[in-house]
Design a protein around this ligand. Sequence first.
Ligand SMILES: [Zn+2]
Length: 96
Amino acid sequence: MSLQLFLGLVIAAIAYAVSLLRWPLRPCPKCNGARTNKGSNRKRYGRCTRCKATGQVRRIGATAVHRFYWSVLGAALKGRMQEKVEKAKEKAGYPE
Ligand SMILES: [Zn+2]
């Protein structure tokens, strides 16, 4: 595999991940966002089983990308909090 091809793939993957973060949902492919199952009409209808009557489903990889995003964000927040605690301890003359 050439380096250029590899870089292209990496960039495409990053672009896809960013789009997943921005737009994690897509219209349900089974009911096309109608939220009802086949055979439903004005008088009687059943819920679409694929999207559970929400009309939208998660895109492939969206859950994984978001899980990663929040774990990174959580780690950053935790680090910042710990820094704050350390500083506060210093200020208060907390014994080691
Ligand atoms: Zn559906």
